[in-house]
Every structure is written in C-alpha cells, then in structure tokens.
Design a protein around this ligand. Structure first.
Ligand code: 13P
Ligand code: SF4
Length: 297
C-alpha cells in the first residue's frame, strides 16, 4: 500500500499532510506533519495540485479556503470534530448581538460558516498573541471554553467564552493527573490548552502540539508526561528517542483522527475523492478571518 501511495502521489502531483494526532503509519507516509497552524500554512504555499489531508474535516476545509484551486481530499469524510460542531452560525450571530463591540475570535477548530462570521481565526499556538494584538477590549472566543480560559490568563481583555470543548481533552481530570504525577514524580508535565483549567494549573508547560515538538529538545527531565492526544507521542519519540514519554491517560484518543487509515489514503488518492469544498461566498468571508490570522502570526 505504501509503495502504491508513493507512486500515485508522484503521478498526480499530490502531497499528504498529516496532523500530529494521526496514527504512526499515516505520519510516516506524510510529506508534512504538523499542528493546525503549520499545516494551514503549508496548504496555502505549496504548489501541489492535490492535497490529501489526514486530519479532520475543519482542517481540510481550511486548506480549501486558503487554496481553492487545489483538490483537497479528506480520506474519510466522516472524520469530523465534535468541538467544531458545538458552534452553530445562527447562535454566533445571536451572541454577537449581545456584545456589538466585541471581536469574534474563532479557533481554527470550527466550521467554515462559523469562520465566515468571525473577525479573526486563531490556533492554540497563536491565540494569546493574536488576542493581545486586537484593538477591541472584549472578545467572544469560539468554540473552546478551555482555550478561552487559558487565553484569559494572559490578557487584560475581557474574554467571553463559548460553551464548547474537546471531548478528548476535557474528559481528563485533575485527579487523573495527580495519580500519574505520583507514579512518575520526576517527570515534566506538558498538557494542551484544550485541557480543563484545573489540569492546566498543575502542568509544567502548556503547549500546542507544534510547540511540544519545538520544546522537547530543551527539556532536561528524562520522563515526560504528555497530556494530549496519543498520536503526538510517535512524533516526539522520533525527535527525542532517549526520553520516556508517558501518555497521561489511555483515553487520550480522538476517534475522529483515528478514522484515517493507509487503505483509505490509497483509495482517496486513486479515486481523487472525497473532496472537501466550501461555497464561494462563505469561503471568501472565512478566508478573510484566516488571512488575518496568518498576517498576525
Ligand atoms: P494543535 O495541533 O493546533 O495543537 O491542535 C490540537 C487539536 O485538537 C487539533 O484538532
Ligand atoms: Fe476535535 Fe478534540 Fe479531536 Fe482535535 S482532538 S479533532 S479538537 S475532538
């Protein structure tokens, strides 16, 4: 399958992008792996004709919004993001009416139609920096309440959180973290800002997946507890094979990220589907919010 994927990729001028949460075999066949921000930049600047996006729906949508001339393919069209689905465009418009002077800041983990009614997008890697650069004093932060809470720690602005959350990160509790810390007392604890505030409080570092990759070489502890989706451990092990990575909970699995398999990638490349597109009026508005993010990051 891997040989066939390689052959088709060359024939069709395609690239494979894989999020850091993908299964190891998918990361290994990808041309690029990265976090949401890194992958959206690659999608925008690469000249491949076909992008096979190994991730979830909002990521493929973002790639299409930035590069509509490319064929963007999501190998399993059912790979969605439950957190992105927690914000509906009508509710966002309603919320905006209550805070007419607030900026709508939307995490990239959202649908194209929600991005289209937003002032700017952010990722977990740039949310703090971007919120602080905005001119408004009040921000409606959509859809992740945990990331909103994290941003509030680093800004004087008033953050009004949406009520969404990532089920994979939000189910991890403070008690579970206390237990794993007791088991590995010398370990450094790194968690993703999608975790609950009380978990964030106890971590040594709070990083996006891309920031984890960049920071691992600087950490002196031999053992590192990882509080995010299991897929990242494969990448971290490649960067620092001498370290012991301990997944903070066996439940740190995003079932949607895991829907992408080698077989589905091969079928998607050969059939050139399922494609992801966005209606042009929505795309132009969503593009504006994404481009503003790319300019400020
Ligand atoms: P990052 O890779 O941008 O840290 O995002 C995490 C995530 O939940 C993506 O779905
Ligand atoms: Fe969505 Fe969470 Fe899965 Fe990321 S890890 S795709 S935020 S459900």
């Amino acid at each position: 399958m891997i040989k066939e994927i390689e052959k088709l990729k060359k024939q069709k001028n395609a690239i494979i992008l894989a999020h850091n949460y993908q299964n190891p075999e998918i990361q290994d066949i990808a041309d690029y792996t990265g976090d949401s921000l890194e992958l959206s930049k690659i999608a925008a600047h690469n000249d491949a004709e076909i992008i096979i996006f190994c991730g979830v729906h909002f990521m493929a949508e973002s790639a299409y919004i930035l590069s509509p001339q490319k064929k963007v393919i999501l190998p399993d069209i059912q790979a969605g993001c439950p957190m992105a689905d927690m914000a509906e465009v009508e509710d966002v418009i309603e919320m905006k009416k209550n805070y007419p002077h607030a900026a709508i800041v939307t995490y990239i983990n959202s649908s194209a139609s929600v991005k289209a009614v937003s002032d700017i997008c952010v990722t977990s890697a740039n949310a703090v920096r971007i919120v602080n650069k905005l001119e408004t004093d009040t921000v409606i932060f959509i859809p992740d309440k945990n990331l909103a809470h994290y941003v509030q720690r680093f800004t004087q602005k008033k953050i009004i959180p949406w009520k969404g959350f990532c089920p994979t990160h939000d189910r991890f509790t403070k008690e579970e973290l206390i237990a794993i810390k007791q088991k590995y007392p010398d370990a450094c604890v790194i968690v993703h800002p999608e975790c609950r505030p009380e978990v964030v409080d106890m971590a040594d570092m709070v990083l996006s997946t891309g920031q984890m990759v960049k920071n691992i070489p600087m950490i002196t502890n031999k053992q590192i507890i990882i509080g995010t989706e299991a897929g990242i451990v494969h990448k971290l092990k490649k960067i620092a094979p001498e370290k012991e990575f301990i997944l903070a909970s066996k439940d740190f699995i995003c079932p949607n990220m895991k829907k992408i398999t080698l077989e589905k990638v091969l079928i998607a490349l050969s059939d050139e589907q399922p494609i992801v597109t966005v209606q042009e009026g929505t795309r132009i508005k969503a593009l504006h919010a994404l481009q503003k993010m790319l300019e400020l990051s």
